[in-house]
Design a protein around this ligand. Structure first.
Ligand code: SF4
Ligand code: SF4
Length: 411
């Protein structure tokens, strides 16, 4: 049996669960909470205790007590979790600061799930097949990205922008998803920055941020990736690095310093933080808008919102785009419904990811919005895939687009 090293570190959190079930059933309309676990709801009648936090905590308790062993079967269930963190927002043990008992600990659910994933990997029951393949691609020296594409393919976009500098203090981290799967959105970002007169530097030597290894729980390669990327940006002369990917942002800004045990030698920003500054300074030249405002609703990516607390900046940004009216979905900010792509669900359980996203698109439709926008290539990809499965009648009601494409369409 595995030593359960990581789960043992989480024992207080695991034993603090009091089994109330709010992580699965809570509806508190006063605070905008309508249920909690996107996975449990998407599984419908197939869902059972192990599909959401309460059952998982019970099983973890039994594992720590030596009553249940780790297994491949358990891994198949455990990875059906987007690590969205919504259970933490609903949990009494997290939210109620009146509960302070010496034997209890506030529960950071995602930390518990991460610990279990790491122990499953160390015991040889994970990664699952698709996750294995992504990591294999990522650690392949001719790729260093999880999409199985060559470095040359990933860097092709740079040739279209000769103004990009090889050195500078304002450096873009491209990540893997936008250059390989969402080139148009990347071009929109470049158009916005150029229109605002912002010069950027970029290195073709950047590697994947490594976030998939962290989410999957197979952390062996991560330090090589952190050290490589940090060194590259130091050599470029970076004072600020920015990324348009919510996952890369969380990894650079939160995970890298935590894993290194020290702050990075530069500031890390998300593209929405860069653009909001440009908007505040009136640096983006918009076209004259002469039609009535288009109604837009915003989906909070879990990596930006619940994991990093970036709720207001994307909203301020949207509100400052001329000819746009921002309207909220009933579940927003801390209570936002997950798109279903994260935590490795999209690659290993693609149908589940689509089912979760369909629910989010329908929630966006209920607002009357004509556009559902977001600021994460992963959310965008999954929402777009789900959108493609809708009937024409539903598709005609709403469009899905990245914030960057929305802004670029007004320049
Ligand atoms: S992190 Fe999200 S998907 Fe996972 S158990 Fe919690 S609410 Fe469900
Ligand atoms: S809401 Fe928290 S305390 Fe209640 S069952 Fe879920 S994890 Fe346990």
């Amino acid at each position: 049996m595995s030593e359960l090293k990581h789960l043992k570190e989480q024992w207080k959190a695991i034993f603090s669960c009091m089994g109330c079930g709010d992580c699965g059933y809570s509806i508190r309309t006063a605070v905008g909470r309508y249920l909690t676990c996107a996975v449990k709801e998407a599984k419908g009648e197939e869902a059972f205790e192990l599909s959401f936090s309460r059952g998982r905590m019970n099983v973890l308790r039994s594992i720590l007590e030596g009553k249940i062993p780790l297994s491949r079967e358990l891994a198949e269930w455990i990875y059906e979790c987007s690590e969205c963190g919504n259970c933490t927002e609903a949990c009494h043990m997290t939210q109620n600061d009146q509960i302070i008992l010496p034997t209890c600990n506030w529960i950071d659910h995602v930390k518990v799930w991460d610990a279990l994933r790491k122990d499953l990997v160390e015991a040889g029951f994970a990664p699952l097949e698709r996750h294995h393949q992504l990591i294999d691609y990522m650690i392949n020296d001719s790729m260093n990205n999880p999409y199985g594409e060559t470095k040359e393919t990933k860097n092709q976009w740079v040739n279209q922008f000769p103004e990009i500098k090889e050195k500078g203090d304002f450096v873009f981290f491209g990540g893997c998803t936008m250059p390989l799967r969402q080139l148009d959105t990347l071009k929109s970002m470049m158009l916005i920055l150029k229109a605002a007169g912002k010069d950027i530097a970029f290195s073709k030597d950047e590697w994947c941020c490594g976030s998939i290894t962290l989410r999957i729980g197979d952390e062996k390669p991560i330090f090589e990736y952190i050290n490589h990327n940090v060194e590259i940006f130091k050599n470029l002369g970076a004072k600020t690095i920015f990324t348009a990917c919510a996952g890369c942002y969380r990894t650079w800004k939160k995970d890298y310093p935590e894993l290194l045990g020290q702050q990075l030698p530069f500031e890390v920003k998300h593209i929405t933080e860069i653009i909001v500054e440009l908007l505040r300074n009136n640096q983006i030249p918009f076209k004259q808008i002469d039609r009535k405002p288009v109604k837009v609703t915003y989906h909070d990516p879990c990596h930006l919102g619940r994991h990093m607390g970036l709720y207001e900046i994307p909203r301020e940004l949207i509100s400052k785009i001329p000819g746009v009216e921002l309207i909220e979905m009933k579940r927003n900010k801390k209570n936002a419904w997950c798109c279903g792509a994260g935590g490795g669900i999209k690659s290993q359980f693609p149908e589940l990811a689509i089912d979760i996203s369909k629910e989010r698109i329908r929630e966006a439709m209920e607002t009357g919005a004509e556009i559902l926008t977001t600021s994460c290539p992963f959310c965008l990809g999954n929402l777009t895939d789900a959108y493609e499965t809708l009937e024409l009648e539903e598709k005609e009601k709403i469009k899905v687009m990245d914030i960057l494409d929305l802004i670029a369409s007004k320049i």
